[in-house]
Design a protein around this ligand. Structure first.
Ligand SMILES: [Cu+2]
Length: 173
């Protein structure tokens, strides 16, 4: 049976070589990409007086990361707001009640809403950090908001103004 043994050795060798080959592949760097969760909720988990919310409302991610909008409570969706995403990007438009998962490569601000609850302030922002992350800040701030979305965005922009290092790829240590 020496032939069989040799064949097994060959197969093992091939497997090991294939394993080594993948280590240096560019795709492996994506293994570092993170997944972040935003819950779509009827009641804010830390302040019961706040209703119809995305939690957290602002999510800062790195290019290539994924954001999952979880349909924790029913009746919500996540859809980008016209004029509030970086130029040339597609955004997303989730159906009501559906979980949506988006992977974002382009640094910038991505403003979104729950379509039925935007006017009661159910809006949120994903910031993809990196060069040009704030390039569409003015354009996003210029978008006209209605009802409670107005004050919600004022609060969000205030928080964004206090954030540091958004234009660097890595969070400050
Ligand atoms: Cu909603």
């Amino acid at each position: 049976m020496p032939l069989t043994i040799r064949r097994r050795e060959l197969l093992l060798g091939a497997g090991a070589a294939a394993g080594l080959a993948t280590v240096g592949m560019p795709g492996i760097a994506r293994a570092e990409a993170a997944s972040h969760t935003v819950q779509m909720l009827n009641v804010h988990p830390e302040n019961k007086r706040l209703r119809q919310v995305f939690f957290p409302r602002i999510q800062v991610i790195s290019p290539g990361d994924t954001v999952v909008f979880e349909a924790t409570d029913r009746g919500h969706n996540s859809a980008v707001i016209d004029g509030m995403i970086p130029e040339g990007t597609e955004g997303w438009d989730g159906k009501i009640g559906d979980e949506v998962s988006v992977t974002l490569d382009q640094p910038g601000l991505y403003g979104y809403k729950c379509t039925p609850h935007a006017s009661v302030g159910m809006v949120g922002l994903v910031i993809v950090r990196g060069e040009g992350a704030l390039d569409n800040l003015e354009a996003a701030q210029d978008v006209r908001q209605r009802g409670k979305a107005k004050s919600a965005w004022e609060e969000i922009w205030e928080e964004v103004a206090a954030m540091e290092d958004l234009t660097s790829e890595e969070p400050a240590a």
